[in-house]
Structures are given as structure tokens and as C-alpha cells.
Ligand binder design. Structure first.
Ligand code: COI
Length: 356
């Protein structure tokens, strides 16, 4: 018997949504899960109608940034059952972020139970169109009402869901950053901390002013080694080999990144996780051996990169000729919706008829 209290909405908003045209991030499903940490344990777990929160002006998260999140996705099988994708890995990453920001871990079995219950209630919000899915946003933040820099005693963990289409609808253009940095060794770059995203906004805005969609982050010491894009990890295809920066402490350990590495290796491609310098990418582009560049992320899925600028060098990449990025898009879509083999056991089906 579950100890999650459930209050159903009496007026679903599902009928108001045009599922053929879903903008990313703007549509919210009917319910949300909420749990509170009282300083000793997680308590008061409930699923209730999606709605606003009342916040105290001195709530610690607002002032000192103890706020972390996850981004996950669920698809739906042909027989109408939701499929969570790698929820255990998301739970582990959430707890790694929690440890780094001095926040309490949330038990994995409760995390998965909460997701299952939420999807049972809101399964009819999962889009069926190729490339669309239900985006799931778990997040945790500090709730002590106090001014002073110390870890909060109390927290909330909330999970809401959103039907979404692609995050990037067109190939993206990246500006390799030569002034600002995203993360340095020993910092919080590996955590999914809200503050990491706040710090990226000014450089991204300046990049936009120059006609670029996002920043390609380089290392904090030499501005030489590629890290990630901030909204996604990055892959290059050089001379037929797929290369991606190693997760050595400053970049997010992307779950889509990990999925792609397994899928590609399993299909016989050569994949290298290692240091990748921007000079190597420029050399490969000059030599004509750089055939694909793409981002990988839960929200972005696979985002083709059509242009990279580093200092005065502008590299154009012919996205029409890409072969590996479209293959990965098909593979992850099929994995999420249950139409491909699942040799790694990444799918976590939720039976809509069942109750816990
Ligand atoms: C995700 O991919 O889930 C993220 O959190 C990145 C953000 C750009 C939405």
C-alpha cells in the first residue's frame, strides 16, 4: 500500500492542448508530486492538481541557490502504457547533485513510485507523435525561512510533467566561448544545479546577439578543451570515429550521452570519450574529416550543429549529410516507445491499470 496521498483534479486541462503543435516548456499536465523534508526524513508525500506554490520571501533557495533538478522523459507503448526511460539513473544523478549542494538524498524506490503514480494519473498527457514525449521535471529546493549562508534543514521535492516536442526545431549554431566559463574542476559543473544555468545566461545572450543559438563551453584554464553546450553534451564525428569529451568533473554526466555511447558501441561504431580540443576540431574541419557535430540531451534529444565559431574561424557543417545523428534520433525514439529491443533494460514500463 503506497503512502502517497492522491488527490485527483476535477477539471482536466488535457482537452485544451493541441498535441500536434506543442511548444517546449509551456504546457503542464494535470498533476504534480510533492514531498517535504522536515530536517530528518521525507514526509507528507502527495500527488495533487498541478498549481502554484506559496513562497516565504526568506526561503533559502531563492537567496543562496540550493536548488537542483533533473530532466527525464517518458514515452508510451502501443498498448497505451507509459514507459519511463532510465529512471534509476536519473534518481542517482539527482542524489549526486544533492550531495554536492549539501541537500538530502531522495530514496530511489520512492522516486520511482512517485513517477509511476504520476504517470498512471496523467498517462493520457503522453504525446504519441514521433519526436514528442512527456518531459518530466523533478526538482529539489531549500525551504528554510532564514537569512544566512548555511544549508537548509528543510526542503521540497516536486515532480511535474509536460508534453513536449523538440527543444531545438532547427540545427543550432554554437559560439565557442573565449571569455566566460561554465565550470572549473572542483566546482559544481557536474551537478544539475539551477545556478549553473543562471551563470550561462549572459554569455548565451551575447552569443545570440552575434547570431548564435548557444555557447560551446571551453575549459576554465586554457579555453582549449571542449566541455559541453550547457543545454546538452556534444559529439563530433571525425574520420568516422565518434568523439565526445570525457566526463572528468566539469561536465554534466548526460544520460542521453550515455545512451548514445552504448547504442553506437553496440552497433559497431568506434566511440572515444576523451579530451577534445577546439584546435583538433578546427584541424578536422580544415582537413574535411569533421563530418558531423551534434548535441545530446534529454530535452534536446539530438540537435544537429550547423556552425561553430571560434575566435575568427567560422566552421560550417553540412547537416544534410549527417548519418549518425538521424540514426540516434530513431534509435532513442524507438527505445522510449517500446518498439526496439531493450538489451540494457533501460525501459521501465508503468501498467496503467495497476495500483500499488
Ligand atoms: C534537459 O535536457 O533535460 C535539461 O535539463 C536541459 C534544459 C535545456 C532543458
Amino acid at each position: 500500500m503506497s503512502d502517497i496521498k492522491i488527490t485527483r483534479t476535477t477539471s482536466s486541462r488535457r482537452g485544451d492542448v493541441d498535441f500536434d503543435n506543442i511548444p517546449f516548456g509551456k504546457v503542464f499536465a494535470d498533476h504534480m508530486f510533492v514531498a517535504s523534508y522536515d530536517g530528518e526524513k521525507w514526509t507528507d508525500m502527495e500527488i495533487k492538481p498541478f498549481g502554484t506554490l506559496t513562497l516565504h520571501p526568506a526561503m533559502l533557495a531563492i537567496h543562496y541557490g540550493q536548488s537542483i533538478f533533473e530532466g527525464m522523459k517518458a514515452g508510451i507503448s502501443k498498448d497505451g502504457n507509459p514507459i519511463l526511460f532510465r529512471p534509476e539513473m536519473h534518481s542517482r544523478r539527482l542524489n549526486n547533485s544533492a550531495r554536492r549542494l549539501c541537500m538530502p538524498e531522495f530514496p530511489e524506490e520512492k522516486f520511482i513510485e512517485a513517477l509511476e503514480e504520476l504517470l498512471r494519473l496523467d498517462h493520457h498527457w503522453i504525446p504519441t507523435k514521433k519526436g514528442s514525449s512527456l518531459y518530466i521535471r523533478p526538482f529539489m529546493f531549500a525551504t528554510d525561512e532564514f537569512i544566512g549562508v548555511r544549508p537548509s534543514d528543510t526542503y521540497k521535492l516536486i515532480i511535474f510533467t509536460q508534453p513536449v516536442g523538440p527543444y531545438y526545431s532547427e540545427p543550432v549554431k554554437l559560439l565557442a566561448e573565449k571569455k566566460y566559463i561554465r565550470a572549473a574542476m572542483g566546482g559544481t559543473g557536474e551537478a544539475k544545479a539551477a545556478g549553473n544555468y543562471a551563470g550561462s545566461l549572459l554569455p548565451a545572450k551575447l552569443a545570440k546577439e552575434q547570431g548564435y543559438d548557444q555557447v560551446l563551453w571551453l575549459d576554465a584554464r586554457e579555453y582549449k578543451y571542449i566541455q559541453e553546450v550547457g543545454t546538452m553534451n556534444i559529439f563530433f564525428v571525425i574520420d568516422g570515429v565518434i568523439v565526445t569529451p570525457a566526463t572528468s568533473g566539469t561536465i554534466l554526466k548526460g544520460i542521453t550521452r550515455d545512451t548514445f555511447i552504448h547504442v553506437l558501441t553496440g552497433e559497431g561504431y568506434k566511440v572515444e570519450e576523451r579530451e577534445v580540443s577546439i584546435d583538433e576540431i578546427e584541424d578536422a574541419h580544415r582537413a574535411g574529416t569533421l563530418t558531423e557535430v551534434f548535441g545530446a540531451g534529454t530535452a534536446a534529444v539530438v540537435a544537429k550543429v550547423s556552425k561553430i565559431k571560434h575566435l575568427d574561424n567560422v566552421m560550417e557543417i553540412d547537416t544534410e549529410a549527417f548519418e549518425i545523428a538521424p540514426l540516434l534520433f530513431d534509435r532513442i525514439d524507438a527505445l522510449r516507445n517500446g518498439t526496439a529491443e531493450d538489451p540494457h533494460g533501460w525501459r521501465h514500463p508503468v501498467l496503467v491499470g495497476a495500483t500499488v
